[in-house]
Design a protein around this ligand. Sequence first.
Ligand code: ADP
Length: 292
Amino acid sequence: MTTVQQVTNATGSDDHRGEIVTTVQQVTNATDALASAHTYAARGAALSKVYGDGDTRVVALHAVDVEFRRGEFTAIMGPSGSGKSTLMHCMAGLDALSSGRAWIGQTEISALDDKGLTRLRRDQVGFIFQAFNLIPTLTALENITLPIDIAGRTPDRAWLDAVVDAVGLRTRLGHRPAELSGGQQQRVACARALASRPAIIFADEPTGNLDSRSGASVLSFLRTSVREMGQTIVMVTHDPTAASYADRVLFLADGRIVDEMTAPTAERVLERMKAFDTAGRDSAAATAAEVS
Ligand code: ADP
């Protein structure tokens, strides 16, 4: 028996059937949205992004469906120009979609105006960039709490302590960025992203400026924040070793998700990436053959 039938039977009347149908539908929709928001920190449906028009038209994303589960570390890989940055920027509300819908938790970001987007980014999203983007005149601790201070909120001291300890910065909190190594600066940036307990952190080549040892410590920290603190992280990288720290890897090619790998190892990711190189060479050779 359907829910509508049950409600109609219970009320003993068919008079309000239309209203009951609408209400049940609304409740069902709301329940579905909540269940989905509970499972996914962010998701996108039919995400498309087109740059330019006419001769300069580029379709950077082709109706991409993507889901990022809560407490999961996802790496996004793919050849240069495959749409990795565009996907990340559209999901983070840094760039507008041409069409499609995107959500962070329960909030549909594609329906927000500029003010709403700014608030969402401030309250729900953490960012880690290749360039650490620290304020040189502020200490490490002041940099970490800056987004919380700007939002006019009081930091959760116990959480901040946990983040500072996890990232191994306890003895460096009074130092300015210039007095820290690259690895330490990026760990400050990671702590800054985590400090406000965002629904999701987007990291763009976070180890791109680091030597392999510092990179490994930043990646270990990111993985720990996912495993032990339940953080959700999406990381764009071209480095198979960096991707191996993630729980799963999404592979993009020509604006589409073409493959997914769980429990990745650097070797398997490298093998997969080589297949792109071969495919790219084959398609370039085919084009050259057509032209000649
Ligand atoms: P990736 O991060 O994988 O290198 P991008 O997302 O940066 O790829 O780019 C995807 C495609 O969109 C590329 O063809 C790129 O040239 C194009 N593109 C990206 N940003 C712009 C822009 N602002 N204007 C025009 N084309 C762009």
